[in-house]
Design a protein around this ligand. Structure first.
Ligand code: ATP
Ligand code: MG
Ligand code: ZN
Ligand code: MG
Length: 459
């Protein structure tokens, strides 16, 4: 990529989240910051601050998250300075492709800074075959229930956050239809429960599932009430599965195509590249790992709960989410301690690494944190700001990208789907802003009380 010869015509709109918009060109993507539309005339930060913010993301991803999640899954990328004219033209070019409900934010066209990353939907491994890679992006969300001794409302240790939040999101119009996906099913390691969870993601993807082919998104929910075309998805998928023992059987049913696809995806999510691992960890085994709101029939899976292979992507994410299992209600007083301290000594924000930098001193602070609360601000800052906020919340919001290409492996088995080579990555590993914890506490209270009021009306 020659930064002085950037041409907006080379780049296409690729996708966006709440904070960033992504454009792609072959095997690279550029991830640009977004601002609330009200600030479009006046950028909320200077170009230097934007550069610092993106550098922080890179440092946090490479120095912290990649160690916890596994280097093989994490691509941290690099900050680039783009010509302003290129960014302006790009922003005009992609505008009409953006989903309406994301347009409350605009692209940062003032700083010229962006994060350059490998295009994980178009990995280099596809070059070995002529078939375009399939790629599935899953935003799995929280895979465990907080332990009951920490929560004020009993329901929080029975029904997971995702399932509770669904009722609120549908009632407030964010989504038209409720998703029956439950993260605890996906993270269970039990193949039937995982199959059920992935099936639900396909039925109602919301912003938790996207499917790409050859680097282009072919299945996602763009607006809360657009129509989803499952038939068109199946049409795309079918040729990939008419192989092996099905090669001569073009009458493979849609159900069989979908089952094979889910099976291949599940294998990639559970793969640990030869390394054997037991169930994810003991803490997980002791706790309730069923969510009472999941519609998966519990009796069906009782006979075999395999647990996650220790080195699989799901296991690494779940372990990172569970680094700090305290509930937000228990954390709030610790946050308050830090906030009071910072009011009195604002300059200590840097020493306590509230907003980074995520360097060697930061890692030392992590290591030095006492195990028990000694009443210090250092303890509170490390527990709240770092463990809970930057690390566990980031792991609750990240996405998994699974790229799949039919494998040229000649050894075909008679049973099951044809062989695929998979490349699994984790993306969206930004540190979360420390100051949003009060908002998070209020949101948590809203979601829980709304759930308690309305669940009696559930099917
Ligand atoms: P969120 O609201 O989930 O926090 P975000 O604003 O932080 O999202 P990302 O999730 O990083 O933004 O990126 C938005 C979308 O762009 C992703 O969902 C994914 O589809 C796509 N994307 C991001 N990074 C890459 C990459 N390296 N390769 C391919 N696609 C990517
Ligand atoms: Mg995202
Ligand atoms: Zn649930
Ligand atoms: Mg994000």
């Amino acid at each position: 990529m020659q930064l002085d010869k950037m041409d907006e015509n080379d780049w296409v709109y690729h996708g966006e989240g709440n904070k960033n918009l992504v454009v792609a060109h072959l095997s690279r993507v550029l991830r640009l910051l977004k601002y609330p539309a009200e600030d479009s005339e006046n950028p909320p930060q200077s170009a230097e601050q934007a550069f610092r913010q993106i550098q922080n993301i890179v440092d946090f991803s490479s120095n912290v998250m990649s160690i916890l999640l596994g280097e093989k899954f994490v691509h941290s990328g690099e900050v680039v300075k783009l010509p302003l004219e290129f960014v302006r033209q790009l922003s005009i070019k992609v505008q009409h492709e953006r989903p309406g409900w994301r347009c409350d934010k605009v692209i940062d066209i003032y700083s010229g800074c962006a994060l350059s990353l490998p295009n994980l939907t178009y990995p280099v491994l596809h070059l070995s075959t002529h078939t375009p890679p399939l790629c599935v992006e899953i935003k799995p969300k929280w895979g465990f229930l907080p332990s009951s001794k920490h929560v004020s409302k009993d329901i929080k240790s029975k029904v997971c956050r995702f399932c509770m939040y669904q009722l609120y999101k549908v009632a407030t119009g964010k989504w038209k239809k409720r998703s029956l996906y439950c993260p605890l099913d996906l993270f269970s390691g039990n193949k039937q429960r995982m199959h059920f969870a992935i099936r639900q993601l396909i039925e109602e993807p919301q912003n938790n599932l996207k499917i790409f082919k050859g680097g282009q998104c072919i299945y996602s929910r763009k607006d809360s009430d657009d129509s989803l075309d499952l038939n068109s998805l199946l049409h795309h998928l079918r040729p990939y599965f008419l192989q092996g023992n099905n090669r001569f059987n073009c009458h493979m049913t849609n159900k069989a195509v979908l089952n094979d696809f889910i099976q291949v995806l599940m294998n990639a999510l559970l793969s640990s590249e030869g390394r054997e691992g037991g169930p994810v960890n003991d803490r997980h085994a002791e706790r309730q790992s069923y969510c009472d709101a999941s519609l998966f029939n519990k009796e069906r899976s009782r006979q075999g709960s395999q647990g996650l292979p220790g080195d699989s992507v799901l296991s690494r994410i779940l372990q990172t989410q569970m680094l700090d299992m305290r509930d937000i209600e228990e954390l709030y007083p610790l946050y308050h301690r830090v906030e009071q301290h910072l009011q009195d000594f604002p300059k200590q924000r840097a020493r306590l690494h509230i907003e980074g930098p995520y360097n060697k001193e930061f890692l030392e602070m992590l290591q030095k944190c006492p195990a028990e609360d000694d009443g210090s601000v250092e303890y509170a800052a490390t527990k709240v700001g770092i463990h809970q906020y930057l690390i566990t919340k980031t792991a609750k919001d990240c996405s998994i990208m699974v790229a799949l290409v039919p494998s040229s492996d000649k050894e075909e088995e008679d049973e099951g789907p044809p062989p695929f080579t998979s490349l699994v990555s984790i993306l969206d590993l930004d540190p979360k802003p420390f100051d949003s914890i009060l908002y998070q506490l209020r949101l948590d209270q809203t979601i829980v009380s709304f759930y308690l009021q309305t669940r009696s009306a559930l099917p």
